[in-house]
Design a protein around this ligand. Structure first.
Ligand code: G6P
Length: 372
């Protein structure tokens, strides 16, 4: 088993380190050198894809957070209203679904029963379904109108890492493809996003190369009772995913919040010594988003929080308010989750290991949940 883990202490740690390859392989062979996306697997008529007026992403767990990230990109690029729904809630809200709805399922295993039932329900209403999946020939892609595979390789650890980043990459390809088909973006805009996407594996590697700082933090914080995570825009689902990882494998109470929501409630939780991770958007991104998040860091720091700030390289504005700063390489705002998630995975993994827990097989959880 030690050999299978490739020298790492756990499969999770190994899979965290496989993320540059997972993203690279998921992007590979999906566009020509002219920058045209060629999603051959997307076997749904162009005419149908042009007529879609709504997208609904269905998924569970980590995959649902990948869906939340993807929504920002898909709506921005394609101008198609996009919803993300937990698969097990989908049917029960009597969703408005018809022939003009594209349902996108996200699933590492392709066997999650909740997600499968959501897909079947959507198909009964006439929707077309694309499944983004990591497992060739599994039930979800087989039952869908089209499958778009992530190429993360087998994921053993129960807590998903490389599948998550690959799901984001694949969902982004789908978004760009729809934008290309429907003429929402100029060709050079699409090409420039593709170029940035292709640069991501190297940037993920840069974070891995600096992992010791984050591991030390995980070890140092192993006795925490509660950890909070804040983010905004695409950083919000990243915060949710950071909290989920900690719950799943370290059994620590953790919650992710939209940073703007702090003042509407969660700030009441903040007391002396409360650890709070803050995912900070690029200062070069959308106006005022960055400065609003920096104010949030100030607010919680003033109330005694220990702030662990995930900020872009070169962003010095956060320095006065950070107890710890973790850096990620510069990248466009929409691609930031591919980087900002990685330290949160490393943190949870190191902390769980420091507590002496079974990182790969957390209690009460299964890798793939094949019952409703
Ligand atoms: C289980 C796992 C989670 C995973 C979720 C969805 O609950 O414990 O880690 O995110 O299923 O799995 P899927 O295979 O559909 O991505």
């Amino acid at each position: 088993a030690a050999a299978e883990k490739g020298g790492f202490d756990s499969f999770m740690e190994k899979e965290i380190h496989e993320q540059p390859a997972a993203v690279r392989d998921t992007l590979m062979g999906r566009f020509d050198e002219k920058g045209n996306l060629t999603l051959d697997e997307l076997k749904i008529d162009d005419s149908i894809l042009r007529s879609i007026d709504k997208i609904i992403v269905v998924a569970c767990g980590t995959a649902a957070y990948a869906g939340q990230v993807a929504r920002y990109a898909i709506e921005h690029w394609c101008r198609i209203p996009t919803e993300v729904e937990l698969a097990h809630e989908f049917r029960y809200r009597d969703p408005i679904v018809n022939e003009k709805t594209l349902v996108v399922s996200l699933s590492q295993s392709g066997e999650t029963m909740d997600t499968l039932m959501a897909v079947r329900h959507a198909q009964e209403q006439g929707a077309k379904v694309v499944s983004i999946c990591n497992t060739t020939g599994s039930t979800l892609p087989r039952e869908s109108d089209a499958a778009l595979y992530t190429h993360a390789g087998p994921e053993i650890a129960v807590a998903s890492t490389k599948a998550f980043l690959s799901q984001i990459a694949a969902a982004y390809l789908l978004g760009l493809y729809l934008a290309q088909l429907r003429g929402n973006m100029y060709k050079d805009e699409i090409q420039s996003v593709l170029k940035e996407l292709q640069a991501m594996p190297e940037k993920i590697q840069a974070i891995l190369d600096n992992e010791q700082q984050i591991k030390d933090l995980g070890i140092e914080m192993k006795d925490s009772d509660s950890v909070l995570f804040l983010g905004r825009h695409v950083g919000f689902p990243v915060a949710l995913e950071g909290a989920l990882k900690l719950k799943e494998i370290a059994y620590i109470h953790a919650e992710g919040f939209a940073a703007g929501e702090l003042k509407h409630g969660p700030i009441a939780l903040v007391e002396e010594g409360q650890p709070i991770f803050v995912v900070v958007p690029s200062p070069r991104g959308r106006d005022s988003l960055h400065s609003k998040v920096v104010s949030n860091i100030q607010e919680v720091r003033a109330r005694g929080a220990v702030t662990i700030v995930i900020a872009e390289e070169g962003d010095s504005t956060v320095e006065p308010y950070s107890n710890h700063i973790i850096r990620y390489p510069q990248c466009p705002t929409l691609l930031q989750p591919l980087l900002a998630t990685v330290p949160l995975q490393i943190f949870a993994c190191a902390l769980s290991g420091a507590k002496g827990l079974d990182v790969d097989q957390p209690r009460n959880l299964a890798k793939s949940v094949t019952v409703e």
